[in-house]
Design a protein around this ligand. Structure first.
Ligand SMILES: [Fe+2]
Length: 520
């Protein structure tokens, strides 16, 4: 990787920029804190939502990431960007100038078009004479191509619970894309030592967050982590949010904390706004007040179709608290929904039309029935599809009736790894599986895990469709080709101190044309 200084060398980018003659001078627009020489690119760079000819590149200017407004003032800043075929920026293929506006917390989202399919590209930004770290990304394959694809799946990175050591392994294993399935931040207070991190954090972070500036500061805190920055700089990310980007266990316009409707609408809007600002998302995903369009479809050639869901914004309220409970009339009510009707129709239509080898759903909460009560009675996690049985029945019977090929659901939220077959009728193990679910564990939430706990043992004993569980921290490393899907559960031995080591705890496969998974 080139150093920041090499951006300014006479060769490559600097020379190319001079040749264009069209870029405004660096001082043409207000420069923040002209006397502030602190680094601007403290939150790294990112890319996301790759298409065969395009990818979004992202950064934010924040000389004081934990200060109000990231240490910026209210002026707009010109940010030059460039995309190159090589890491030395000798073959720059696209460049331009974006505007980092105070209205968007000086974040930059560039939807870079005109790229070639299934290629690595390198990108960087420049503002106020400073050069960002270099990011690497990869476009999606051409629609007719069918390459093998590697996918890392991650979720739940409570800053105060642990270090993001698992991301070092994500980078080391060189994935084509990273899926992040929610709980990028947590909205609850961060103590003065940032929990186990033993790092001083300003007192402004001590409380639960409500305002837009508080949500922005929380993203900044999480994004100061060097392992997270490295993972963003190594591959494009495809993201969706879960509850903690707004409030634990929120549902639709209903606050779990009993916040009045009017106030919760504002809180939801603040959460969505800060989320879009800090993620490498297209303008299509920018929120309109308290509404955001996160469900979307991305393709990896003929290898995989990827349907990203939002199971928070359009869901009915949880039955009771949303904890582990016996099924009741509410959770069994076929009229209730976790996706909303429009998203459910969109998903089933998308799956019906698909010609992909692997039909992947990237979403938040567990779909497979997960009973943790020993004996014939059930106790299920009601914040998941287990509390919305009508939705689950419609989707899984829809998959069966439409003969959806190789249906694979990728899930976060649980802070534990669970691999399951998916059945229309979980009560009858003799019925055929219609798909497979891989729940990834958390990056850090829950601190150091254990290999198995009482819930984990019960999940294996009570649910014949559950093939594997673990409560260690880590992520899911997948490789899919035309004949097989391979999921490796990568776990780290500790997260409450730095320097944990990663290893494969389990490998499971799905064979083409045979729904369901097994350990190898
Ligand atoms: Fe979480």
């Amino acid at each position: 990787m080139p150093t920041r200084r090499s951006f300014l060398s006479a060769t490559g980018a600097a020379a190319a920029l001079a040749l264009t003659g069209t870029l405004p001078g660096l001082d043409a627009v207000g420069i923040p804190h002209r006397t502030d020489k602190r680094p601007l690119f403290t939150l790294g760079v990112a890319s996301g939502d790759p298409l065969p000819d395009a990818v979004v590149i992202w950064t934010r200017l924040a000389p004081g990431p934990l200060e109000p407004f990231g240490g910026m003032d209210d002026r707009t800043v010109n940010v030059e960007w460039e995309v190159s075929e090589d890491e030395h920026f000798s073959r720059v293929v696209r460049r331009g100038t974006a505007h980092a506006r105070p209205e968007y917390a000086h974040t930059v989202h560039v939807d870079v078009r005109g790229l070639r399919s299934w290629r690595h590209y390198f990108y960087r930004f420049r503002a106020n004479g400073q050069v960002s770290p270099v990011g690497r990304t990869r476009t999606a394959p051409a629609p007719a191509d069918q390459p093998a694809v590697s996918i890392a799946v991650a979720s739940c990175q409570a800053y105060y619970d642990g270090f993001y050591t698992a991301y070092q392994d994500v980078v080391r294993r060189d994935h084509d894309v990273v899926l992040f399935l929610g709980d990028y931040i947590y909205e609850v207070g961060v103590g003065p030592t940032a929990g186990v991190r033993n790092q001083p954090v300003p007192v402004d972070f001590a409380g639960e967050i409500f305002t837009l500036d508080e949500y922005r500061a929380r993203y900044a805190l999480h994004k100061t982590d060097p392992d997270l920055q490295a993972a963003h700089a190594a591959a494009p990310w495809i993201v969706t949010l879960d509850d903690h980007e707004v409030e634990g266990n929120w549902a639709g316009y209903i606050s779990e904390d009993g916040i009045p409707y009017d106030d919760f609408v504002v809180r939801r809007a603040n959460g969505f706004r800060a989320y879009w600002e800090h993620m490498p998302l297209r303008l299509d995903q920018s929120p309109d007040g308290p509404s955001i369009r996160l469900h979307r479809h991305l393709r990896y050639g003929r290898t995989a179709g990827l349907s990203v869901l939002d199971t928070r914004q359009f869901r009915d309220d949880q039955t009771s608290t949303g904890g582990w409970l016996p099924p009741d009339e509410v959770s069994q009510d076929p009229a209730r929904t976790i996706t909303g009707d429009a998203q459910e129709r969109w998903l089933l239509d998308t799956l019906h039309r698909s010609s992909s080898r692997w039909n992947v759903v990237a979403q938040q909460v567990a779909m497979a029935q997960l009973d943790r009560k020993t004996g014939p009675d059930l106790e299920l996690p009601m914040d998941t599809w287990n509390g919305y049985v009508g939705s689950r029945d419609r989707v899984l019977s829809g998959v069966r009736d439409r003969h959806v090929r190789n249906f694979v659901v990728l899930t976060g939220d649980l802070h534990r790894a669970v691999a399951s077959d998916l059945r229309v009728n979980f009560a009858d193990p003799s019925t055929p599986a219609v798909g497979t679910e891989f729940v990834t564990t958390s990056i850090s939430s829950g601190k150091d895990g254990v290999d198995s706990d009482a819930t984990g043992k019960a999940l294996l004993a009570e649910n014949p469709h559950v093939k594997f569980q673990s409560v260690q921290r880590g992520y899911l490393s997948c490789r899919l080709d035309s004949s097989q899907w391979t999921s490796e559960y990568r776990v780290v031995d500790r997260v409450v101190t730095p320097g944990g080591t990663a290893s494969t705890r389990a490998t499971l496969v799905v064979e083409d044309g045979r729904p369901g998974t097994h350990l190898v």
